[in-house]
Write a protein that binds this ligand. Structure first.
Ligand SMILES: [Zn+2]
Length: 314
């Protein structure tokens, strides 16, 4: 099977109380680590590409890597998703480039403009058999690392707005602000997710798939390795996995993971450099990084509850 959309994945995830992992790809090793774990766990998969990834690796290289992953894993439903498209044009371009899912993130615009831009992307994407994720509400960000959960919670998605937004824009899934934040320095204290907001949106939009961004956990294992081997990330803090598991059982059908991939790779590279300072073969430090990603993703799939769900999502 070739690339698929997220339609069936979200339908099953909603019905059976789990979430599909959406992992950011930036190079071959990261992709291989993710896909090896997915193949072992027999889980559905969303591989997502950000603007930064396209600038770093180029679209054609990333697409070629994903094409190989798809060809080698015919039993696994894989969707290729644009992460945070900020203009209508880039979303249309990605539809033309073979993405099966695109995100238009116009959440920084006014409510009306967000609806207008999302609707324009929806019309184009649907005409080409591609699904659309939009965003409503605001998360904390990497640059805003001093912003605490109090401020994040002041910009939560308004459930009644969410209902109106989905009706008017026609988007297929909605990224909501429920207390999560992008990056490794999300919170000063352990965050509390707004499960009441997820529940309320779920009541207003029954069966409708929601998406959680900024939901890496900043795993202690990797944070400790990074700090032990010359890194400096003492204040990194993520979303507790128990909270992610709980959200995944609710209307959250897609959980984005990027920071945890980066930290797994960085931790292992630092460890090899520290323990074997004479090492200069990239395979000898990227390899362990890739293995760490594989183990981390396997663990994450259990947190999301999607292990073994590949066949029902086809
Ligand atoms: Zn995001």
């Amino acid at each position: 099977m070739g690339l698929v959309t997220t339609k069936k994945m979200f339908e099953m995830a909603y019905k059976n109380g789990y979430a599909v992992g959406a992992f950011n790809v930036n190079n071959m090793e990261i992709t291989q680590g993710i896909v090896t774990a997915i193949a072992k766990a027999k889980a559905p998969l969303i591989l997502q590409i950000s603007r930064g990834a396209r600038q770093y690796a180029s679209m054609s290289y990333l697409k070629a890597i994903i094409d190989v992953a798809v060809a080698e894993n015919p039993d696994i439903p894989i969707s290729m998703h644009l992460d945070h498209g900020d203009t209508v044009e880039i979303c249309k371009q990605c539809v033309d480039d073979g993405f099966t899912s695109v995100m238009i993130d116009a959440s920084h615009h006014s409510f009306e403009e967000n609806i207008r831009m999302t609707h324009e992307v929806v019309e184009y994407a649907h005409a080409h058999g591609v699904v659309v994720e939009a965003e409503l509400g605001q998360l904390g960000g990497i640059e805003e690392d001093v912003v605490g959960v109090e401020d994040v919670s002041a910009h939560l998605t308004d459930p009644s707005q969410a209902e109106e937004f989905v009706e008017k824009s026609g988007c297929d899934s909605l990224a909501v602000a429920v207390g999560t934040s992008h990056g490794a320095y999300k919170f000063k204290t352990e965050p509390k997710l707004a499960f009441d907001v997820i529940e309320e949106i779920g009541k207003r939009l029954p069966g409708y798939p929601l998406v959680m961004h900024g939901s890496s956990s900043v795993l202690k294992e990797f944070k400790d390795l990074i700090n032990q081997y010359g890194g400096n990330m003492p204040d990194a803090m993520g979303v507790p996995e128990a909270a992610i598991s709980k959200a995944a059982k609710m209307a959250i059908c897609k959980v984005n993971i990027d920071t945890d991939l980066r930290m797994a790779l960085t931790a292992k590279i630092r460890q090899v450099f520290a323990e074997k300072p004479a090492e200069f073969d990239p395979r000898k430090y990227l390899g362990p990084g890739r293995d760490a990603i594989e183990k981390m993703v396997e663990h994450k799939l259990n947190v999301l509850g999607c292990t073994g769900k590949a066949s029902e999502c086809k």
